[in-house]
Design a protein around this ligand. Structure first.
Ligand code: NAP
Length: 358
């Protein structure tokens, strides 16, 4: 039977995010996973041997015996590569692959703020995909990115408030899980029984990426949102799930009840597109007084929902709340796959476009 799904590869398939991509793509209805790619350290070995598998589900059978390839060995026919490379490898490899004709759907930070690269959250700024029509730096392929893992939770929470009340200023303090640092990541001796009030470059990402995502598409460029953000990032001894403690100053004053009602009434603007990874409702409002909590709520909606709780008045801004995002699913692998699903639906990917391996 002829394969009707789009052939794809995962770049950085042995890492923390790469494993989630492998898990989510192994049985995807629209994409067929044809290659797992990692560094020369892993290449040539069966995936099950090269990877230090960290997920509770077993390695998908269809992938376990695949031989890990290098980026020079992507099989013919593959058009889309999901990248879970570290930033340094992404800087060199992602443009090279895009210029060779591949569509690179990336988790890495290196090209997120490039003016021609969509920094995409489908529920928030699907129209930013139009940047691809003018993205010449990486032609004939292209690069599309998803934001930093905490940023995704923040912008999903803020978007309904931006539409309804306008946003003036945001203060956010994050409590971020260790899986956000990749594998082996932070040493147990550093994190057990402790909190590390520093994550390299994280605060800068939280202060800049939302302005692009919440900005307006004007012709060939994004006009950043007129919004001030102050961010503080902490690493905490939690496995999965980044918690964000947020205070927000709105442009039109609103109390905590109005803000809660705004989130409860929010409907995903992409709900009708039938994207397989899109949660029915991207925001879940929790009413328990001690929610959300990473262990109890990070996996809601298969890890694709953002949970919000503790909505209350703020003496500095207008309203305070706590949001929770699953960092390796909604904040990384699931986000990249949702981006690619939107691209397919909107006609930016097809079996004919663009040519692979040129
Ligand atoms: P990681 O665990 O360190 O994995 C890095 C992957 O890149 C490994 O598979 C590694 O393969 C591969 N790699 C390194 N050099 C390579 C090369 N020259 N050619 C091909 N593959 C190469 O990192 P991670 O946590 O999964 O993160 C991946 C990316 O996603 C990073 O850019 C990170 O900033 C971003 N991100 C992570 C999260 C999160 O929550 N973890 C969230 C959002 C975004 P080997 O095993 O062979 O070394």
């Amino acid at each position: 039977m002829r394969e009707s799904r789009l052939p794809v590869a995962v770049l950085g398939a042995t890492g923390v995010v790469g494993q989630h991509l492998v898990r989510l793509l192994a049985h995807h209805p629209w994409f067929a996973l044809q290659a797992v790619i990692a560094s020369a350290r892993s290449a040539g070995r069966p995936y099950r041997e090269a990877v230090r598998w960290l997920l509770p589900d077993p390695i998908p059978q269809s992938v376990a015996e695949m031989s890990v390839l290098t980026a020079e060995e992507i099989p013919e026919g593959v058009r889309v590569v999901f990248s879970a490379l570290d930033a340094a490898s992404a800087e060199e490899l992602e443009p090279r692959l895009a210029r060779a004709g591949y569509v690179v759907v990336s988790n890495a930070s290196r090209f997120r703020m490039h003016p021609g690269v969509p920094l995409l959250v489908p529920e928030v700024n699907a129209d930013h995909l139009e940047l691809l029509a003018f993205q010449e730096d990486f032609a004939p392929g292209c690069i599309v990115t998803n934001p930093n893992c905490s940023t995704i939770g923040l912008v999903l929470a803020l978007r309904p408030l931006q539409e309804r009340f306008g946003l003036e200023a945001v203060e956010v303090t994050t409590l971020q899980a260790v899986s956000g640092a990749g594998y082996p990541g932070v040493s147990a001796l550093d994190i057990l029984g402790d909190v590390i009030p520093y994550i390299p470059a994280e605060e800068e990402k939280l202060q800049t990426e939302p302005l692009k995502i919440l900005g307006d598409l004007r012709g060939q460029r994004i006009e950043p949102a007129d919004l001030r953000i102050s961010a503080q990032a902490n690493r905490v001894p939690v496995l999965d799930g980044h918690l964000l403690c947020v205070s927000v100053r709105l442009r039109r004053e609103a109390d905590a009840e109005a803000v809660r009602a705004c989130w409860l009434a929010y409907r995903s603007p992409i709900a009708d597109l039938g994207l397989p990874s899109a949660p029915g409702r991207p925001i879940r409002v929790l009413s328990e007084q001690d929610a959300p909590r990473p262990r109890l709520h990070a996996h809601l909606g298969a890890g694709m929902e953002v949970s919000i709780g503790r909505i209350r008045p703020c003496a500095v801004g207008h309203v305070r709340f706590v949001a929770l995002v699953h960092n390796t699913i909604r904040g990384a692998a699931g986000a990249a796959i949702l981006n690619a699903e939107l691209m397919l639906r909107r006609g930016w990917l097809s079996l004919e476009h663009p040519k692979a391996g040129a």
